[in-house]
Write a protein of this length. Structure first.
Length: 580
C-alpha cells in the first residue's frame, strides 16, 4: 500500500470517527434535553395546576375570589392536556366545577373535584416516571456509545503514533546513511525497502543510480589512464623544461627537456624526493630552493644560464603552486608545485641586438647634436654677423631642443651600457657629503630659478660608504632635479642622510603634488611617465637610477602621498671599516 494511501486512510478514519463522536454526543444531549423539556412543559405544569386548584378548594369558604382562581387554573389545565385519559378527567373536573358554582356548599361535589384532581396528578406522575425511564435509557446509551467511539479513536491514534513515524523515519534514515556511503565513493552500497510503496520505488531508483555510479567509476579508471597518458605526452612534447612535484615534494613528472638540462635519467628522478636529487645536482638544488625554504614562488627576473649539450642557454624560472578546494569542502589545500623553465635565449639575443643598435645610434646622434650646439654658440657670439631679436629667439629654441636631445641621448647611452653590462663601476670608500654637495651644485641654478630652498639633515658622526662617486652623484642629482622640477615655487626640498643598519640611506623629499597610488609601482619602469604630467622627461632617469643603485648592492624606492609630496630614497652599503 502506498504511504500516501496509508496516511489518507488512517487520518481519514480517525477524522470520520471524531465527527461521528461529535454527532452522537450532540444527538444524545439533544434527546436528553427534549425529554427534560417535555417533562417540564407538560407533566410538571399539570401537577402545578392541580396542586393550586386543590389549594383553592380549601379557600372557597373564606375567600370570595377563590372560584375565580380555580377557574384560571382550570383553564390553564384545559390547554395543557398531554397524556391519554387526561382529557376525560379534565372534562369531568369542568363539569363538577360548573355545578359547584351554583352549589358551593355541596360537599359531594367538592369530594368529586378532589378525586378528579388527584386522578389528573396520578396520570402526570405516571407520565413523569415513564419519561424519566426513557431519558435514563438515552443517557445510558450515550454513556455506552460515546466512550466506545472515543476509545476507538484513541486506539487508531495510538496505532498511527507508534507505526506511522517509524514507517516514514526509518526508511529515510537508512536512505540518508546510504547516501553518505555513496558520497564516500562506496558505490557498492544498496538499500532494501520491502513493499510497493513510495519508499520501495525510491529504493529501486537509488539502487539503479548507485549501480550506474559504480559502472561509471569503474569505466572512468580507463578514461583517467587515457587522460594521464595524454597529459604526459603533451608535457613531454613541450619545448620548455617542466617538472612536477606533489605535496611531499616528490617528483611526479619531468619531461624530456627537463631531464636533458638536469642531466639525469627518468628512473633516477621520477618518484624520488626532490631534496634527495638536489643533494648531488646543483641545478636541481637551485630550482627547488625557494620551494623548500617556503618563500613565495615567483618568476626570476634574472635569467638562469644553463649549459646543456655543450651550449649555454638562458631560462626564466616560474614556480606555479597547485592549490585546490576539494569537493564539498571550503579550505584550500596545497597538492604540489610545477616548475617551468622558459627558454628566452632567442629573446635575449634580440634584446642585445636592440641595445647595440640603440647604443650605436645614440653615439651617432651625439656628433651632429654637438655640431648644432657649436653653430648656435658661434651665432650667439655674432662672429658671423649681427643677430636680430627674432633670430635670437630661434637660437634659444634651437639650443633648448639640442640640450634636450643631448640629455635623451645620454640617458639612452647609459641605459644601453647598463643592459649590456659594459658600464664600469669604480667602487671605493666615499664620503656621502661629497656626493650630496656635488648633486646640489648641479641643481643650484634650477632651484634658484624657482626660489626653492634645499634643507639638509645629516648625522652628527661622519659616514663612509662603498660606492661609485660619479654614478651615485648622477643618481642623487637626478632625484634632486626631479624634486625641484615637481615642487611648487618658493617651497623647500629636504635632502637627508641617515644610517640604516649596515647601509646608508639617501632621501630626497619634495613638496609637490605627489604620485597617485596606482602609479607608484610603475615609476621605475623604463619609458614610464605619469599620465597628465607636463614636465619634460624621457621616462628613463629613474629606471637608470635603479639599475645603477642595484649594481652597487643597494636598493631604491619611493613613498608618496597624493597632494602631499613624495620621498625618493636609496641605500648603499657602509664601508666595512665603518660598520657599527
Amino acid at each position: 500500500m502506498k504511504i500516501k494511501t496509508k496516511l489518507t486512510l488512517g487520518v481519514g478514519v480517525l477524522l470520520v470517527l471524531i465527527v461521528l463522536l461529535a454527532i452522537m454526543g450532540i444527538n444524545q444531549i439533544m434527546s436528553l434535553a427534549t425529554a427534560t423539556e417535555q417533562i417540564l412543559e407538560a407533566n410538571y405544569n399539570s401537577l402545578d395546576y392541580s396542586r393550586n386548584m386543590l389549594k383553592t378548594l380549601d379557600e372557597i369558604a373564606v375567600e370570595k375570589d377563590a372560584l375565580e382562581k380555580f377557574e384560571r387554573q382550570l383553564g390553564a389545565q384545559e390547554s395543557n392536556i398531554t397524556e391519554i385519559g387526561e382529557d376525560e378527567l379534565t372534562e369531568s373536573l369542568r363539569s363538577h366545577f360548573d355545578q359547584l358554582l351554583t352549589r358551593t356548599a355541596d360537599t359531594l361535589l367538592l369530594k368529586n373535584i378532589r378525586k378528579d384532581l388527584n386522578d389528573i396528578m396520578k396520570i402526570n406522575l405516571a407520565a413523569i416516571e415513564r419519561k424519566s425511564i426513557v431519558a435514563g435509557k438515552a443517557a445510558d446509551q450515550a454513556i455506552l456509545w460515546i466512550p466506545a467511539t472515543g476509545a476507538l479513536c484513541f486506539i487508531i491514534a495510538f496505532i498511527l503514533l507508534f507505526n506511522l513515524p517509524s514507517n516514514i523515519a526509518n526508511p529515510i534514515q537508512e536512505l540518508t546513511e546510504s547516501i553518505k556511503q555513496i558520497a564516500s565513493e562506496k558505490y557498492s552500497e544498496r538499500v532494501h525497502f520491502e513493499g510497493h510503496n513510495e519508499f520501495g520505488e525510491l529504493a529501486t531508483s537509488f539502487n539503479t543510480m548507485a549501480k550506474k555510479l559504480q559502472e561509471y567509476n569503474d569505466s572512468n579508471l580507463s578514461k583517467i589512464m587515457i587522460e594521464k597518458k595524454r597529459i604526459e605526452t603533451l608535457i613531454n612534447n613541450m619545448h620548455d623544461p617542466v617538472i612536477g612535484l606533489d605535496e611531499s615534494k616528490t617528483v611526479i613528472f619531468a619531461n624530456a627537456e627537463a631531464l636533458k638540462i638536469i642531466g639525469v635519467k627518468d628512473t633516477e628522478m621520477l618518484g624520488k624526493p626532490a631534496q634527495d636529487i638536489a643533494v648531488t645536482n646543483d641545478l636541481m638544488r637551485l630550482l627547488i630552493k625557494d620551494i623548500m625554504t617556503g618563500e613565495t614562488p615567483k618568476e626570476t627576473k634574472v635569467p638562469l644560464k644553463i649549459f646543456a649539450n655543450g651550449k649555454g642557454k638562458l631560462f626564466e624560472k616560474e614556480v606555479i603552486p597547485i592549490r585546490i578546494t576539494p569537493t564539498g569542502e571550503s579550505d584550500i589545500i596545497d597538492i604540489g608545485d610545477v616548475i617551468i623553465l622558459r627558454n628566452v635565449t632567442s629573446y635575449k639575443e634580440l634584446d642585445v641586438a636592440k641595445t647595440n643598435f640603440i647604443s650605436t645610434l645614440s653615439h651617432e646622434f651625439k656628433t651632429p647634436i654637438a655640431a648644432i650646439q657649436m653653430s648656435v654658440d658661434l651665432l650667439r657670439k655674432e662672429e658671423l654677423g649681427a643677430v636680430t631679436p627674432e633670430q635670437k629667439e630661434l637660437l634659444d629654441s634651437i639650443e633648448d631642443d639640442s640640450n634636450r636631445l643631448l640629455k635623451i641621448t645620454g640617458e639612452i647611452l647609459n641605459l644601453s651600457q647598463v643592459e649590456t653590462g659594459n658600464i664600469q663601476l669604480t667602487i671605493a670608500a666615499t664620503d656621502p657629503r661629497t656626493i650630496v654637495n656635488n648633486a646640489v651644485r648641479m641643481n643650484k641654478v634650477m632651484a634658484d630659478q624657482k626660489n626653492i630652498r634645499i634643507d639638509f639633515d645629516f648625522p652628527a658622526h661622519p659616514l663612509v660608504i662603498d660606492a661609485d662617486e660619479d654614478k651615485t652623484t648622477w643618481v642623487l642629482s637626478n632625484l634632486l632635479g626631479n624634486a625641484i622640477r615637481y615642487s611648487y615655487d618658493q617651497s623647500s626640498v629636504l635632502l637627508s642622510i641617515m644610517q640604516d643598519g649596515n647601509f646608508v640611506r639617501f632621501s630626497v623629499k619634495d613638496t609637490g603634488q605627489g604620485i597617485s597610488p596606482e602609479y607608484i609601482g610603475k615609476v621605475f619602469d623604463r619609458y614610464f611617465r605619469i599620465p597628465g604630467t607636463k614636465k619634460e622627461g624621457t621616462g628613463l632617469g629613474l629606471s637608470i637610477s635603479k639599475e645603477l643603485i642595484e649594481a652597487q648592492g643597494g636598493h631604491i624606492g619611493v613613498e608618496s602621498e597624493y597632494a602631499a609630496g613624495s620621498t625618493f630614497s636609496f641605500t648603499l652599503p657602509l664601508h666595512p671599516l665603518k660598520e657599527t
